[in-house]
Design a protein. Structure first.
Length: 358
């Protein structure tokens, strides 16, 4: 029989599964408690569940499928995990420590088809979407790493900003969000979760309709179509005006704030005129937008892009503030271990290819 990962089921799906097998619904509550609260690593450790039921579970499901390939720790406490999937593909997951908690950055796809010109993840075309279980397991693996140290620490925040475009894997993303957010399991608060998209307009609207408290960030990176199309080819089919109108819909529907991400690339999009144009673009929604200025993390393959000068970053920031736009400059985490999106994976794949050749 073809088994699936038990981590891929939402609570309701597991309840339904038990019911379908003639078992009591409350088994789901017991099993989730073992999986996500006590965090067992072997089904046989579920001591309040009958042997027959455990056998039934084992006949249909497996537990872990990600294998730790390597782990790197930065001076600032950032940890980067490279995991091998059951089909041999590599993905990365990053843990960042902040004073407000432990935040995990998860990957949603193997590679990315959006192909932004500055991003290491787009160097390789998308091989496949991750399953909801594979996304959930990234959180669990990082949590297990903490559990093993017996520090009582927990993953308190999630950013969906690793490799891949989450809205290009929408259904699995939504299952993942429901699983990690559920009070019956890891109970990671929706307000502590942020999903970042390159701006798939239909999916921004669908996300607004979900009635969730999860935060949304949209990668804007440029204040006009010419510039945005030159660095993000997705802008050719889904231009800024469509993205902004989807954002308006989101704001109206949810009344939540939205984050716009803006990578600062030296000499490309970091000039004062760009800051002014950006302020103008968000003028009618200043109260509900926050612009996150991201210092570019250089990628070896893209010699054309450099991180903006400190002075240019400050001028950009000042101009936005002067125009009443709420913004901040993202603090770089783990840059000594290539913690930016897709970088460790792309380096490892390069090493593997070189090894294969020799
Ligand atoms: N695909 C989604 C989420 C993953 S990327 C998206 O594009 O939003 C998460 C963020 O990291 C995006 O804002 C992306 O533009 C940014 N990013 C990609 N490569 C980067 C790099 N080398 N340095 C800094 N930020 C980068
Ligand atoms: Fe994909 Fe996001 Fe990277 Fe663009 S920035 S290539 S959408 S992962």
């Amino acid at each position: 029989m073809n088994k699936t990962s038990i981590y891929g089921l939402t609570f309701n799906e597991l309840e339904d599964w038990f019911e379908g097998k003639g078992e009591k619904k409350f088994r789901a509550k017991q099993v989730w408690d073992w999986l996500y609260v006590k965090r067992i690593r072997d089904f046989d450790d579920m001591t309040n569940i009958k042997k027959d039921t455990i056998s039934l579970i084992k006949d249909h499901f497996y537990l872990e499928s990600l294998e730790l390939h390597s782990k790197q720790e930065s001076k600032d406490g950032t940890k980067k995990f490279l995991f091998k999937l059951s089909d041999g593909n590599l993905i990365e997951t990053v843990l960042m420590k902040f004073d407000y908690g432990n935040s995990v950055c998860v990957t949603t796809q193997v590679g990315c088809n959006i192909g932004c010109s500055f991003c290491a993840s787009g160097l390789l075309k998308k091989d496949r979407d991750l399953t909801s279980a594979e996304i959930v397991e990234q959180i669990l693996k990082v949590q297990f790493d903490m559990d093993d140290k017996q520090t009582e620490e927990r993953v308190s925040h999630i950013v969906v900003m690793g490799i891949g475009e989450p809205f290009d894997n929408y259904d699995n993303l939504m299952s993942f969000l429901r699983i990690v957010n559920s009070d019956r399991g890891l109970a990671i608060g929706a307000r502590h979760i942020t999903v970042s998209t390159s701006g798939l307009v239909e999916k921004i609207r669908a996300f607004a309709d979900e009635n969730l408290q999860v935060n949304l960030a949209v990668s804007l990176h440029a204040p006009n179509n010419d510039l945005r199309s030159s660095i993000m080819k997705i802008n050719k089919g889904q231009p800024i005006e469509d993205v902004m109108s989807a954002i308006d819909y989101y704001l109206e529907k949810t009344n939540r704030r939205i984050t716009l991400e803006y990578i600062l690339l030296d000499g490309v999009n970091d000039k004062p005129e760009h800051a002014k144009e950006l302020a103008e673009l968000v003028r009618d929604k200043k109260k509900l937008t926050y612009i996150n200025l991201i210092p570019y993390n250089p990628v070896d393959e893209y010699i054309q892009y450099k991180q903006s000068e400190k002075g240019a970053i400050l001028t950009f920031y000042d101009l936005l503030m002067k125009n009443g736009v709420q913004c901040g400059v993202r603090h770089e985490q783990g840059s000594d271990i290539d913690a930016a999106c897709g970088q460790l994976r792309s380096k490892q794949m390069k090493k593997d290819r070189e090894k294969a050749k020799s």
